[in-house]
Ligand binder design. Structure first.
Ligand code: GLN
Length: 446
């Protein structure tokens, strides 16, 4: 499938084979032991995993979908990846992504676009499109992603798989190449809520290597045997059903909510009144933080260096030839918003509105346990459909950005299909650190 889908930037067959042989040796030793039950095997021993190419794995290139990091080999491993390695996974490769995770279609990768396995004329979503496509195509049971404004949930919806964007701070960002540091989260795609929950719970938890890592304890996630949701209060925000969204998406999401009600949940309307500001606020804060984070790619410290006579010329040429168009657009937006005289009007103002958006969610979670809504306004669009229109591309994120601005967790999972046979997803959000209730609800539905 790989030649037609292009899910990977780096395929690591030798590494995978070595890890698989290790797993096999461990398993055989365990079976030979006198009292095999005494020494438990690691929970994911021998299970394949793909890793989005914005997460570091020692000794394997980490390109972030960019020419500027084409030859960068990280000397360390991201905490999220390390915890899964400790749990026994076998890494198959590093998955394709929009350059520095900026995009909603995986078309912004310097190494070519990924395709949607349900229809290769369509995008898999993005920026974690390689991971979502690979899980949907059953090339791997699970794959890691990152979500700054929807990059796990939207591709999960477009590809018909399950994906979790954890609470901000829940999974360590150590070893995740920074995009918008106050929004970035590390999460995972798998085939079901139950499998996604397993990977998530092994990655989550405090990490002294990430100063924004949360200290909240992580308990193992228990999933109900019975698909019953008695007592669960679901809120449906009217602001997430907007004119211009696809009727098929609205129908599928409303039908899934009716099914959750049938399983015993109560459904009520909730209000998230500042939703309309999420898009402009996000597209100020994310580029502002990105412009600062991307200043480090100067040709001196990492990856690409374009030769030149003078230092500034070297910076110019390296950044000019190393970054793609979307990344340059974000750096310009971000540096503009942060410049002297504009900072208060743009960045500082956006931060204030962000607080109002977060407060909307905290208020809503006084009344309900879970918010249910669409993931994206349309099913997967065609390759090239939005490439000349950045604003149309940004609109795909309208229902996913608020969770990142508020720091709350979001889970996307399949709710149906369009008439054209493309998957449609539904999104559940909860109060911070209540991922378990998202998994329980989706598991009951599945
Ligand atoms: N599409 C959004 C952006 O381009 C979100 C991407 C992400 O979550 N990494 O910024």
């Amino acid at each position: 499938l790989e030649p037609s889908l292009h899910t990977l930037i780096t395929f690591t067959p030798e590494l995978a084979l070595r890890m698989a042989e290790d797993a096999d040796r461990r398993y055989r030793a365990w079976r030979r032991a006198d009292s095999p039950a005494e020494e438990a095997l690691p929970p994911l021993l021998g299970i394949p995993l793909m890793v989005k190419d914005v997460l570091c794995l020692k000794g394997v290139p980490c390109t972030c979908g960019s020419r500027i990091l084409q030859d960068f080999i990280p000397p360390y491993t991201a905490t999220a990846v390390q915890r899964l390695l400790d749990a026994g996974v076998v890494v198959l490769g590093k998955t394709n992504t929009d350059e520095f995770a900026m995009g909603s279609s995986t078309e912004n990768s310097a190494f070519g676009a990924t395709r949607n396995p349900w229809n290769p004329a369509h995008v898999p979503g993005g920026s974690s499109g390689g991971s979502a496509s690979a899980v949907a195509a059953r090339m791997t049971p699970a794959a890691l992603g990152s979500d700054t404004g929807g990059s796990i949930r939207q591709p999960a919806a477009y590809c018909g798989v399950t994906g979790i964007k954890p609470t901000y701070g829940r999974v360590s960002r150590y070893g995740l190449v920074a995009y918008g540091s106050s929004l970035d989260t590390v999460g995972v795609f798998a085939r079901s809520a139950a499998e996604t929950a397993l990977f998530f719970s092994l990655m989550a938890g405090h990490d002294p290597l990430d100063s924004t890592s949360a200290r909240e304890a992580v308990s193992p996630i228990t999933l109900p045997d019975e698909p019953a949701l008695k007592g669960l209060r679901i809120g449906v925000p009217q602001e997430y059903f907007i004119p211009g969204m696809s009727a098929e998406v609205e129908q599928a999401v409303r039908a899934a909510i009716a099914q959750l009600e049938h399983l015993g949940a109560t459904v009520q309307m909730v209000r998230l009144p500042h939703t309309e500001y999420a898009l402009p606020v996000y597209y100020l804060i994310a580029p502002a933080e990105a412009s600062a984070n991307l200043a480090r790619y100067d040709g001196v410290r990492f990856g690409l260096r374009a030769p030149a006579e003078r230092l500034w010329e070297m910076f110019d040429r390296t950044r000019g030839s190393g970054f793609g168009a979307e990344v340059k657009r974000r750096i310009m937006l971000g540096t503009y918003a942060l410049s002297a005289g504009y900072y208060d009007a743009y960045y500082a103002q956006a931060q204030k509105v962000r607080t109002l958006i977060r407060q909307d969610f905290l208020d809503a979670f006084q009344q309900v346990d879970v918010i249910a809504c669409p993931v994206a306004p349309t099913p997967a669009f065609r390759l090239g459909e939005h490439t000349d229109d950045p604003l149309a591309m940004y609109l795909e994120d309208i229902f996913t950005l608020p969770a990142n601005l508020a720091g709350v967790p979001g889970l996307a999972f399949p709710a149906g299909f369009s008439a054209a046979g493309l998957p449609i997803g539904i999104q559940l959000m909860s109060a911070p650190f209540r991922e378990e209730i998202l998994f329980q609800t989706a598991h009951a539905y599945q």
